[in-house]
Design a protein around this ligand. Structure first.
Ligand SMILES: Cc1cc2nc3c(=O)[nH]c(=O)nc-3n(C[C@H](O)[C@H](O)[C@H](O)COP(=O)(O)O)c2cc1C
Ligand SMILES: Nc1ncnc2c1ncn2[C@@H]1O[C@H](COP(=O)(O)OP(=O)(O)OP(=O)(O)O)[C@@H](O)[C@H]1O
Length: 291
């Protein structure tokens, strides 16, 4: 997979050197089961047409520029992790566009002309609620009009679990209320962070990208994994404003050496007296208000 960073205004050089592709559109934080449906749909079309599969995401979350709702600066999958998952899913080209104030003002037709048709898209795949262009005026009913017949459009229907949309917002709400054990049903795996393990005996320090989205403070059962090693332990999240470092206490004596390429898997919240009641009720709203 090749990753191509793009800053607005997009250059003719990037456009002229782009390969014919099927383009998947979105931010894709977490690359959850809904996102995987988009990528898999686009991959099949790319295979059928003998084209490369491209995905377009943004270096910053649109909320960091668009003044509505919460500003998202922490991620379920920081960009490097998101890229790894895209590569595993068979994405050939990853366009990472800087989402700046200037880009946010680009009208929907101009975005299509310069960033979709301009990047040699022969077919575009996005989900039912994808929005693009100034004020989010472009949507999946507008895209076929803006295409002007220059590329095909596939709209992927909503993937739901328990009658609600599988979404990055939902995953963030589960993580920020300690319900990490529920992530699996929406992500297809547990919530994981990639990082570095250092330590000896029963404890280690796990260092990771501080832009990962942190669970609510409390004690968690976790699993530290690498290609040669796996052990369960406990860690305490003392603050969501963390320095990108956690101390893990293993449940058993563990022979391991420092690992650069390790994974911390969040298994479940270890209920304690303060959180137990609210966590058990699973009342997201009450918990969020108390934070
Ligand atoms: C080039 C471009 C410009 C955009 N400009 C805006 C904007 O000015 N205002 C806006 O609300 N969304 C804009 N969007 C859409 C946002 O990326 C995002 O999808 C939308 O704000 C999220 O809406 P939602 O919360 O309804 O999903 C733009 C998207 C693109 C690709
Ligand atoms: N559950 C879903 N079913 C189908 N398509 C989805 C689903 N969730 C996201 N998509 C699509 O995946 C792409 C990426 O969307 P986006 O990054 O906004 O994900 P999201 O989960 O909706 O995020 P957020 O909750 O932060 O709005 C878009 O084309 C979007 O329409």
């Amino acid at each position: 997979m090749i990753t191509i960073p793009i800053k607005h205004p997009i250059t003719q050089y990037i456009q002229e050197n782009s390969q014919s592709c099927v383009m998947a559109l979105g931010f894709f934080d977490g690359v959850h089961l809904g996102h995987q449906k988009i990528i898999r749909t686009a991959k099949k079309i790319a295979k059928d047409k003998g084209l490369k599969l491209a995905a377009m995401t943004f270096a910053q979350h649109p909320s960091s520029v668009i003044p509505k709702g919460p500003t998202i600066t922490k991620f379920i999958t920081p960009l490097s992790e998101k890229a790894k998952v895209f590569e595993q899913l068979g994405v050939d080209i990853l366009y990472v566009v800087d989402f700046t104030k200037e880009l946010a003002k680009v009208p929907h037709q101009q975005f299509v002309d310069q960033y979709i048709y301009g990047l040699n898209s022969k077919h575009v795949v996005a989900g039912f609620d994808y929005k693009y262009g100034f004020k989010g005026k472009g949507d999946m009913s507008q895209l076929p009009i803006d295409s002007k017949g220059r590329f095909g459009v596939t709209t992927v229907s909503k993937l739901e679990q328990h009658e609600q949309k599988v979404s990055s917002t939902l995953l963030r709400a589960l993580i920020s209320t300690g319900r990490v054990e529920e992530i699996y049903q929406y992500l297809g795996k547990s919530y994981e962070m990639r990082g570095e393990v250092k330590g000896k005996g029963r404890t280690c320090t796990f260092s990771f990208d501080p832009s990962y989205y942190m669970p609510i403070p409390g004690h968690y059962e976790v699993t530290v994994k690498s290609n040669l090693f796996q052990a369960k332990g406990m860690c305490e999240v003392k603050s969501i404003h963390h320095p990108g470092e956690l101390t893990i206490t293993f449940f058993e004596d563990t022979l391991f050496k420092d690992f650069e390429n390790a994974t911390l898997q969040w298994n479940n919240f270890i209920a304690d007296f303060e959180m137990d009641a609210l966590h058990a009720q699973g009342d997201l709203r009450e918990l969020e208000m108390s934070m």
